[in-house]
Write a protein that binds this ligand. Structure first.
Ligand SMILES: Nc1ncnc2c1ncn2[C@@H]1O[C@H](COP(=O)(O)OP(=O)(O)O)[C@@H](O)[C@H]1O
Ligand SMILES: [Mg+2]
Length: 347
């Protein structure tokens, strides 16, 4: 690893309900799971000698201003905030505010957050650059559900703008117009957003982490393996598959380096991940999700700027596999943020 860097004053922005305790002693695994990312980041940065303060932010920007106007001026914000006013679409606005305050921050810039947010917009941009994407159509709230004839079943119906598998269940996979209409209405009414229906790519679930700004470092190709899902279940990353440790254990859902890919295919997937980052103007750190079809076409499913970075989750595990230990990973994220701010102000 490169020279050890000076300690920084780091203001960690997070959701107030995810404020981590100083120690995990006495908490159950389930409890820890909820705020593990926040805990991992705060405790690891502290153990590296940084001066860390965590700030819970929900629907007020004033605390940020107060934090920078006091005696303790942060060198950088570590941005773990994923929503504001309870709305995930506002993540970009908070980052814009940090930019206006000329406060360096980790993770993605607001333009990248916006371009990646829309599951249709990001695919349109990718398709222009000849990146393979599933065929899709958007069903807006209040419009009749009419499937364009070119779009063939099976389809998967999702929220156009929500993430974390919200609204993704076995019922998301539909094979006729009646079920399609039902699920689209479910997204409109229960999730409260427009819906997107995509060609279902039956294949392997592949994740690729990317780290950097101008120069991008791509992490090893990672795979979520569905193990032995209950009979009749399709292999999709539902909320339970992604976020329920008991369910994962019961059905042997695991993650790890994707095995058996040829070097050419590995390189192709990694290059695609970088091109998607450039196309969507992502920086900091991101995870690009693909489905690899049976004939080895990596279809772009979703770009996740500021993905989950808990120590045990895909991004940090893939980095570790590539020789970047967790403290060093967080350190890189900090310095990427500082360097981006310096480049901007010309300091
Ligand atoms: N077009 C598709 N073909 C096959 N599986 C898909 C497709 N789109 C989504 N999925 C499955 O659903 C999961 C969640 O979809 P995604 O678009 O990543 O939404 P989220 O933002 O909720 O993570 C994916 O990880 C994948 O397992
Ligand atoms: Mg996803």
């Amino acid at each position: 690893m490169k020279k050890s860097r000076r300690p920084l004053k780091v203001l960690v922005l997070l959701h107030p309900e995810l404020m981590p305790p100083d120690s995990i002693k006495g908490y159950s695994e389930k409890e820890i799971h909820v705020w593990k990312t926040e805990y991992d980041v705060v405790s690891t940065l502290r153990s590296r000698g940084h001066d860390v303060r965590a700030l819970g932010l929900k629907d007020e920007l004033k605390p940020i201003r107060e934090a920078i106007e006091g005696d303790w001026k942060p060198d950088i914000v570590f941005n773990l905030l994923e929503e504001f006013h309870g709305d995930v679409m506002y993540d970009q606005n908070v980052v814009s505010y940090l930019e206006l305050l000329r406060l360096p921050y980790t993770g993605c810039n607001p333009r990248g957050l916006m371009l990646a947010r829309g599951k249709a917009l990001s695919k349109k941009l990718a398709a222009y650059h000849r990146i393979p994407v599933p065929d899709f159509t958007v069903f807006s709230i209040g419009r009749r559900v009419r499937r364009p004839p070119r779009l063939a079943f099976p389809l998967i119906v999702k929220s156009l703008s929500q993430d974390a598998s919200l609204g993704i269940a076995q019922a998301s996979l539909v094979d006729n117009d009646e079920k399609l209409a039902e699920r689209v209405i479910f997204i409109h009414e229960k999730i409260g957003t427009d819906a997107i229906a995509e060609q279902f790519i039956d294949g392997r679930e592949i994740y690729v982490g990317v780290l950097g700004s101008e120069r991008l470092r791509v992490l090893p190709v990672w795979e979520l393996e569905f193990g032995d899902l209950p009979a009749g279940s399709s292999r999709i990353a539902t909320t339970r598959v992604k976020h329920d440790p008991d369910y994962q254990e019961r059905h042997r859902i695991t993650q790890g380096p994707a095995e058996g890919l040829t070097p050419e295919l590995t390189t192709r997937i990694q290059r695609l991940a970088k091109r998607i980052c450039r196309t969507l103007e992502l920086d900091g750190y991101a995870r690009i999700d693909f489905r690899l079809s049976a004939d080895n076409v990596p279809y772009f499913i979703e770009a996740n700027p500021n993905p989950e970075i808990a120590r045990i989750e895909e991004f940090a595990q893939a980095a570790l596999h590539d020789g970047i230990r967790y403290p060093a990973l967080l350190e890189r994220m900090l310095w990427l943020g500082i360097r981006r701010a310096r480049a901007k102000t010309g300091e």
